[in-house]
Design a protein around this ligand. Structure first.
Ligand code: C2E
Ligand code: CA
Ligand code: CA
Length: 750
């Protein structure tokens, strides 16, 4: 290296170094290095080119003095073409391709043709470009179309320049990588922006102090403030203090744990409360992953609609749509929880099972909308009567249940507490219900079961239901506790019920007739009394099965049997011409028949079938049937009376009817109960009978004395204003044929 060369070199080196240092690595600099090398080496026609290694290939990157025509042909030359072997990246055996390596510097290589045609001879000498990590990143090559004789010094130059080249090439690659990265980042940013634009969610970037740094998503979602306004605001400025505190604690938790948090919150917007569901995840902006994140990405989703739907679904699944009260399912779940908790606590709970009395009648006669209105009114009254902690549910048609969680630590205390609740419930029915301009008195039957943690929820419901039935059987409007003995009774009744059903099918029921005579002893009528002629058990008296039949809805079938037998009797007497003009057969009417809206129609169906006139029939009802809803009852009775039937009040004096109302009903007959007739020979017994007689006479009613068993009684009654007598003294109830015989004998006797 002569002085001139060295000066040149140092000068060029200084230039190049300063430009690299100023961060201006560029292709021009590579070009400059090539020119410098050509100048320095000073081989005529020799030209310098630089190749960059990308993957396994070399790519031509600089050749400023492109005097060699064919240079472009080697634009893309595989590294292997130059004798590169992957296991020896830094040591080139380029001899074969007229390249010289250090080991072979002194002997210029034989000129060789490039493998591809055309066959122009190109002489090359090259050195690898190695980076700081000792990796091959390119080649620095001298080309000539003349033979290249390169001495050691010139190779030194080549190597010297290859160091510069390495620095420049590394800088270029790095900046290109950065560009690519930036490009990729731009793309992913664009994607993110597009994504956040179409997604229903709102994406907020918030720093650890609560500052909103960035917002993406539809601004409409920001019900409280617009997107542009929110940036650079603080959570604490936007939310009310309590909400802001909660939100900041969630952000804090996300940053502290480095885990995604979920948070639901609501915002009072112009169009009501909006509910948001937030997912808060920490973002690591810092490259050092171990350092704590200082930002969170808060994805907020407006779930107001979804919540509404959810609520509706839940409402449908757990609430009764009519009254909005919890339904059976919800109640059962609550009851199960309560039962579980009672298993561990010392305290009792209770359920009250309510069933409205006579609901079916209201529903049938006034229609469903009136029935619905009544149920709503009842539920409102109950709700306002009960404490907030008590659970009221509607579990079926007219069935309500109340769960009272804590009623005391002893059974006595519990019963006292429950009776207070039960009385309150009954009081809620004291005031009349007004529906569609009609006024009703409604009552309910209540069954109570104490929860002590030993009985499961299902049985508790069953027991309370059983107890409710006991209240019903006592005439309704009362409450009863579940009593295991009564359960046995109910079980027996259930078997009994199916016995009755098959007995009806097997025609084991029939009417017996007990004659009635007037005060002169003349036969004037009969009372039909049902009998069960059981093939094994013999005759079963009605007191044993009437209430069960009534309870299980079988009484109508029994009434039909009795009424048919009455019609047959009247027809028989008529045919035999032994039917007196004013002869009357009375039939006992049960509570449920009397209350049913089609009572008259069902009576007439049978009478029409046998062509019997209603004037032969007396309907025996009891005082208790008259105690409800006077105007409605009077109206219905009038209609029936107009058809020709006669009404009689059975067992008179044993009920608690409001005697002052008696005149309002179309009743023609009072039957003095047997218990008074029994005591008629005492002065106190007699005075009761006399009072009833004078009451009846005042109201222009007939008086019947039943259960007359002896002559003395007959004498006393005949001395009073009694119109008709009935009892064993005259005859026991008789089977059809026996009665007809008795009738014949006695009718002719007078
Ligand atoms: P009730 O309507 O008061 O019927 C009178 C009851 O007294 C009858 O009992 C009758 O056999 C009985 N009896 C009549 N005279 C005497 C007497 O001199 N001495 C005594 N010791 N008893 C007398 P029975 O037939 O057992 O009927 C009992 C109750 O069953 C009836 O009381 C009535 O409430 C009901 N019942 C009977 N048949 C029917 C029916 O077809 N339908 C309905 N719904 N209830 C009926
Ligand atoms: Ca009777
Ligand atoms: Ca009676």
């Amino acid at each position: 290296m002569n002085i001139e060369h060295l000066n040149k070199l140092l000068f060029e080196k200084a230039n190049t170094l300063s430009s690299i240092a100023s961060g201006q690595a560029s292709h021009e600099q590579l070009d400059q290095v090539c020119l410098d090398l050509e100048n320095t080496i000073s081989i005529p026609n020799a030209q310098c080119a630089i190749f960059e290694k990308i993957g396994d290939n070399f790519y031509f990157i600089a050749a400023p003095s492109n005097k060699i025509e064919r240079l472009n042909d080697i634009d893309e030359v595989p590294l292997s073409y130059f004798g590169y072997k992957p296991d020896r990246p830094a040591s080139f055996d380029l001899k074969y391709r007229s390249f010289e390596l250090e080991s072979n510097i002194q002997t210029p290589s034989e000129p060789t043709a490039t493998p591809s045609s055309p066959t122009n001879i190109l002489h090359t000498v090259g050195v690898p470009i190695i980076n700081d990590d000792n990796c091959l990143i390119g080649l620095m090559v001298l080309f000539s179309n003349q033979e290249l004789a390169v001495n050691r010094r010139q190779v030194e130059f080549l190597k010297f320049f290859s160091h510069f080249t390495s620095a420049i090439l590394t800088a270029i690659t790095a900046s290109r990588d950065n560009e690519l990265k930036i490009e990729a980042l731009k793309k992913s940013n664009e994607k993110f922006r597009a994504f956040t634009k179409v997604m229903p969610d709102l994406a907020l970037i918030i720093d650890e102090t609560g500052l909103y740094e960035d917002v993406h998503g539809s601004p409409d979602n920001l019900v409280y403030i617009s997107a542009t306004e929110i940036i650079n605001q603080n959570v604490n400025d936007i939310f009310p203090p309590a909400d802001a505190e909660k939100i900041m604690s969630v952000i804090g938790a996300a940053l502290a744990t480095d885990k995604t948090q979920e948070y639901e919150y609501s915002i009072q917007g112009d169009s009501g409360v909006a509910i948001f569901e937030g997912r808060i995840t920490p973002i690591h902006y810092n490259t050092d992953e171990s350092e704590k994140a200082k930002h969170v990405l808060w994805m907020a989703r407006d779930v107001t609609e979804a919540k509404k739907t959810q609520k509706k679904v839940k409402q449908l699944a757990y609430f009764d749509p009519l009254t909005q009260l919890p339904n059976r399912r919800m109640f059962n779940e609550r009851l199960e929880l309560t039962v579980d908790s009672k298993a561990m606590s010392q305290e009792f709970g209770a359920i009250l099972f309510l069933d409205l009395d006579e609901f079916k009648r209201i529903n049938d006669s006034l229609g469903h909308s009136a029935g619905d209105k009544l149920l709503k009114d009842v539920s409102e009254r109950l709700r306002s009567t009960l404490r907030k902690s008590d659970i009221l549910a509607r579990i079926g048609g007219d069935e309500f249940v109340i769960l009272v969680e804590n009623v005391g630590k002893t059974l006595e205390q519990a019963q006292l507490e429950i009776s207070i609740v039960a009385n309150k419930v009954q009081d809620a029915f004291t005031a009349k219900f007004e529906i569609e301009e009609l006024v009703f008195q409604v009552s309910c039957s209540i069954g109570i079961c104490v929860i002590d943690g030993t009985t499961n929820a299902q049985n508790i419901m069953k027991f309370a239901d059983t107890a409710m039935y006991n209240s019903k059987r006592q005439g309704g409007n009362s409450y009863s506790y579940y009593d295991p003995q009564k359960q046995t009774l109910l079980d027996r009744q259930l078997t009994f019920e199916s016995d009755i059903v098959s007995a009806i099918e097997n025609r084991q029921f029939c009417a017996f007739f007990q004659p009635q005579v007037d005060r002169y002893g003349k036969l004037c009528g009969a009372e039909a009394l049902i009998r069960w002629l059981h093939p094994d058990k013999g005759m079963i008296p009605p007191d044993e099965f009437i209430s069960v039949a009534e309870q299980f809805g079988l009484i109508q079938s029994l009434q039909d049997i009795v009424l048919e037998d009455i019609c047959k009797l009247i027809k028989t007497l008529e045919v035999e011409a032994i039917l007196p003009q004013d002869f009357k057969v009375s039939i006992n009417i049960s509570h449920s028949q009397f209350k049913s809206t089609n009572f008259r129609r069902l009576l007439m169906d049978t009478l029409d079938k046998f062509n019997v006139d209603p004037s032969f029939i007396t309907l025996e009802i009891t005082e208790s049937m008259l105690s409800h809803d006077i105007s409605q009852t009077v109206q219905q009775m009038n209609e029936i009376a107009r058809t020709g039937f006669t009404f009689s009040i059975d067992d008179f004096g044993t009920g608690y009817s409001n005697l002052s109302n008696l005149h309002a009903y179309p009743v023609q007959e009072l039957k003095i109960d047997k218990s008074f007739v029994d005591r008629i020979l005492d002065s106190s017994g007699l005075s009761i009978v006399e009072t009833i007689i004078s009451l009846a006479k005042n109201l222009e009613m007939r008086v019947v004395a039943e259960g007359v068993e002896d002559e003395k009684q007959v004498a006393v009654l005949k001395g009073r204003d009694v119109d008709i007598l009935q009892g064993y003294y005259f005859s026991k109830p008789l089977q059809f044929e026996d009665y007809v015989q008795w009738h014949k004998n006695n009718l002719l006797a007078f």
